[in-house]
Design a protein around this ligand. Structure first.
Ligand SMILES: CC(C)(COP(=O)(O)OP(=O)(O)OC[C@H]1O[C@@H](n2cnc3c(N)ncnc32)[C@H](O)[C@@H]1OP(=O)(O)O)[C@@H](O)C(=O)NCCC(=O)NCCS
Length: 219
């Protein structure tokens, strides 16, 4: 579907044999970590780029409610992911990160309309050279309810909780114009290395902390 093709499907083929060495150069370049890396205060003092009150500015359609994800949502979420992303999702770098990552289910949200699940956002634990962070994704909304505010409302609700609990930074792979209103910014080139190719313009971070730098793994 159209929205999906604007997201990870739009990532150029950066495998070494297709990328003119780009992928290898990303892996071998030295990381541009800030000088505050060893400062304990940088670990303890998140610099939120998203204010909890921002969550109030996104409106849901009448009848749609948000709640925390529960175990019985699993089948409906799987169906939504299949419809939104198709089988190609398993090859993506974000999926590879999630394979080894623990779910941060307390942050997960679903959107419900008339008892039917129409949206979902999930979160996972990751680290960058030992500094903890959060991976956002997948975010998916039933195409029949596209552009009704559900996607951003789901994210805003979860981000508010993450900000309040000081649990950032939050990383994702996606379209910057869509995620920018929620405080996401493009990660500086060379700062993070993921376990697969990612278009640098689509590697986004919110609730940033300078110490979050280096090789990223799901944990
Ligand atoms: C992308 C997706 C989550 C957006 O959810 P949504 O509930 O339809 O979006 P919202 O209502 O929160 O926001 C709609 C706005 O975002 C814009 N938008 C949606 N997708 C966008 C994108 N990829 N890039 C830029 N803008 C985008 C819409 O044009 C709309 O703008 P407007 O408010 O000015 O009209 C949803 O379309 C979807 O599930 N797509 C397929 C799966 C996917 O790509 N997920 C994201 C990657 S994990």
């Amino acid at each position: 579907m159209a929205q999906a093709s604007r997201d990870e499907d739009a990532v150029p083929d950066l495998r070494p044999e297709h990328s003119g060495g780009f992928f290898l150069s990303v892996l071998t370049q030295s990381l541009r970590c800030p000088m505050t890396l060893s400062s304990s205060s940088s670990l303890l003092s998140p610099r939120p780029s998203f204010e909890p009150s921002d969550a109030l500015s996104f409106h849901l359609p009448a009848g749609v409610t948000l709640r925390g994800e529960v175990a019985s949502d699993a089948a409906a979420i799987l169906d939504l992911h299949e419809e939104s992303f198709g089988p190609g999702r398993y090859a993506r770098t974000a999926f590879r990160l999630r394979e080894t990552a623990a779910s941060l289910g307390a942050f997960n949200r679903v959107a419900i309309l008339d008892g039917v699940l129409v949206g979902s956002v999930q979160f996972w634990r990751l680290e960058a050279d030992g500094v903890p962070g959060v991976l956002l994704g997948p975010l998916a909304v039933d195409p029949r309810w596209k552009s009704a505010g559900i996607g951003r409302s789901l994210m805003a609700s979860s981000l508010r909780q993450i900000a309040e609990e000081g649990d950032g930074p939050v990383l994702l792979v996606g379209d910057a114009p869509y995620y920018a209103p929620l405080g996401f910014q493009v990660v500086a080139p060379g700062r993070l290395v993921l376990p697969g190719p990612v278009d640098p313009a689509r590697l986004l971070i919110a609730l940033d902390r300078p110490a979050f730098c280096g090789r990223v793994n799901g944990i």
